[in-house]
Design a protein around this ligand. Structure first.
Ligand code: PEP
Length: 256
């Protein structure tokens, strides 16, 4: 098990009304008191942020947006700025989720601009990376991870490990029910650390947190969190159910 406090992050995607998010957050605040060994972060949709913040504001549970625009403000219909996320109480934002990359065709250039905007605004970033099935089958997983990390973090002199978390999310495992084996995830996480050490010579990779995401459930969480280098989870489907989400956190707690 990792020595870094595991992050158990809930990516609700386009699910839950503000009221449903509020109820979930209330249930979680009660249950989280017994789970000081993990860091919870909720990522509701933009419309739910205010309601969830109302519940979380005096707790240690983090709040984040699922996306942001790189511009400060302006004529970008349907978009959300870093300042808007902060005004809704967010400390975090997800950037580069595979659904943003593949459904909404966000390019690495856009993602690099988003990372810079988020950090400049004082938000902490969960940067998602991961390979497609055909890329894994072609043996190019490491190459893909390196290409994404190099492009999305280009221009940064140093990696602020207290403000960036990497989520390794193989695209073939997201929302499919097919989870990476502990060996596959462990290997990819080690590659992420090695790539980043190559890109940022001053980096102390043992301080960096790398999450796994892709069909995590209470039935597979224990075998994954036991792998060195897996520092928690970014959870989609299973994070919609409070009991399942809390169970994953219980299985991920740092041992006393
Ligand atoms: C995700 O949305 O980041 C994710 C990993 O989804 P799921 O857990 O449903 O595969």
């Amino acid at each position: 098990m990792s020595i870094r406090k595991p992050i158990i992050a809930a990516n609700w995607k386009m699910n839950k009304t503000p009221q449903e998010g509020y109820q979930f957050a209330r249930q979680l605040t009660a249950k989280a008191l017994n789970l000081p060994g993990v860091q919870f972060i909720l990522f509701p949709s933009a419309t739910g942020l205010d309601h969830v913040h109302e519940v979380l504001k005096d707790t240690a549970i983090g709040l984040g947006g699922q996306n942001l625009h790189s511009a400060e403000e302006g004529a970008y219909t349907g978009e959300t700025s870093a300042g808007m996320l902060k005004a809704c109480g967010c400390q975090w934002v997800i950037i580069g989720h595979s659904e943003r990359r593949h459904i909404f065709h966000e390019s690495d250039d856009e993602l690099r601009a988003k990372v810079a905007t988020a950090l400049n605004a004082g938000l902490k970033v969960v940067l998602c990376i991961g390979e497609l099935l055909e890329e894994r089958e072609a043996g190019s997983t490491r190459e893909v991870l390196e290409r994404q990390l190099r492009a999305d973090l280009d221009g940064m002199d140093a990696l602020p490990v207290d403000r960036i978390v990497i989520a390794y999310e193989p695209v073939w495992a997201i929302g499919t029910g097919v989870v990476a084996t502990p060996e596959q995830a462990g290997e990819a996480h080690a590659q992420v650390r090695a790539i980043l050490e190559g890109l940022f010579p001053t980096l102390n990779a043992s301080e960096l947190r790398v999450l796994y995401g892709g069909s995590v459930k209470s039935s597979n969480a224990a075998s994954l969190i036991g792998i060195p280098g897996i520092d928690g989870f970014l959870i989609g489907g299973a994070s919609l159910d409070i009991d399942e989400y809390v169970k994953i956190a219980e299985l991920s707690q740092l041992e006393a």
